[in-house]
Design a protein around this ligand. Structure first.
Ligand code: SF4
Length: 384
């Protein structure tokens, strides 16, 4: 979701396109005022992905956004409750084949004074659940709201049920997926700063995705939304739910054997790879030769650091030994060349079984491999 004002058209267009370039499939914008929906007509033709209008309190904003050519509407049942108004939005979306997301966020579901009988029933059903009260409100609110859509014979619906509580998110989506047959948009709402929000978000979303629940997702941070896209994509990549675009970076956590500034090297490599490499090349940056070779098995390209040096391997073949100051540029150079080779069809990603043997440390990396192995009484492997 964008973080700026939608009516600041140039800035909003730039932000949407930046998120799209980072990998967002679609982007949501807030339209709290008429000037925001008015901006959509000029904004939409200039962006490269579909845009969702987040409508909070005014159903008119939804109608205006639909008129402007928006691709999807998000309604909050906690805020737009008038059935006639909801019907108007449904009919306008129906006429243009625009989907509607019904988002029952924990924070916007207000318990009404005249508690419904159905909610009480559901409260009984969920009485053993720690979050039974909220689940009952969410389900009853959804049932009540979706009734309007059913009466209008409108099925182009996506449901979300976000909360800040990871356990409630898991429980709510599991319950909803078992009760309703609509696509689900996953999210943990107001998850906080990225530093803590990452765990809060990816634990429940990963759990749900691994259970086969979820069709779209948004990660929400109090930070630049670019991180939301990056982390959301990474979650899909590591779960094997999406083919990776760009290089995959493996790096060792470092330990007392390290003899180069690996943290900086890894960050520099990551930054450059994300800018320059489009194929999912597996690149390993390892701090030494002791565990490095085993840990980076499967990498297309690997570097083992040592005593202010680095030895670079491409598809298991040693191609260079360079001083620390030259590691970054030489490694990137090998990545660029390798990508060209793959693109030209002369080799394939992961094609050659990468069997990287530890480089000979004697007089080269000085990482103590030989000493360690001798102490263990293990003979050194043959060095390629
Ligand atoms: S690769 Fe070497 S430096 Fe990195 S964590 Fe493993 S043993 Fe330590």
């Amino acid at each position: 979701m964008t973080s700026g004002f939608t009516h600041e058209i140039d800035k909003c267009v730039a932000e949407i396109n930046k998120l799209a370039t980072a990998g967002a499939d679609f982007v949501r914008v807030a339209v709290p005022e008429r000037k925001d929906t008015q901006a959509l007509k000029e904004l939409l033709p200039r962006v490269s992905v579909p845009v969702v209008a987040d409508v909070h309190f005014h159903f008119q904003r939804a109608l205006e956004a639909i008129d402007a050519g928006i691709h999807k509407i998000r309604l909050n049942p906690g805020n737009i409750t008038d059935r006639a108004q909801v019907r108007d939005v449904i009919q306008a979306c129906k006429a243009k084949n625009i989907p509607i997301r019904v988002g029952v966020n924990e924070g916007s579901i207000v318990e009404r004074k005249d508690k419904q009988r159905r909610m009480k029933e559901l409260g009984g059903v969920f009485s053993n659940n720690k979050h039974g009260h909220f689940l009952a409100i969410m389900i009853s609110k959804l049932e009540e709201y979706l009734e309007i859509f059913q009466e209008e014979n409108f099925e182009n619906i996506v449901i979300s049920a976000k909360s800040i509580d990871p356990e409630l998110v898991i429980a709510a989506y599991k319950e909803i997926s078992s009760r309703f047959d609509y696509p689900l948009h996953l999210g943990v709402t107001h998850a906080g700063p990225k530093e803590t929000g990452t765990i809060r978000s990816v634990v429940p979303l990963g759990h749900l995705l691994c259970s086969g629940i979820g069709d779209t997702l948004r990660i929400s941070y109090a930070n630049d939304p670019i991180y939301e896209v990056e982390d959301g994509l990474e979650l899909l990549y590591v779960l094997g739910l999406r083919t990776r675009v760009g290089a995959e970076l493996i790096a060792c956590p470092t330990c007392g054997r390290i003899q180069v500034d690996l943290f900086k090297l890894v960050q520099d490599v990551r930054k450059q790879l994300s800018k320059e490499i489009s194929l999912p090349i597996k690149v390993a940056v390892m701090g030494c030769v002791v565990n490095g070779p085993g840990e980076c098995e499967g990498a297309d390209i690997a570097i083992f650091a040592g005593d202010r040096k680095g030895i670079i391997y491409v598809q298991g073949q040693r191609v260079a030994s360079v001083p620390e100051a030259e590691i970054l540029e030489r490694l990137l150079d090998e990545c660029r060349k390798f990508e060209q080779e793959v693109k030209a069809g002369r080799t394939k990603l992961g094609e050659k079984k990468v069997d990287i043997l530890p480089p000979d440390p004697i007089g080269e990396l000085g990482s103590g491999w030989e000493k360690i192995e001798q102490e263990r009484g293990v003979s050194l492997p043959v060095v390629k």
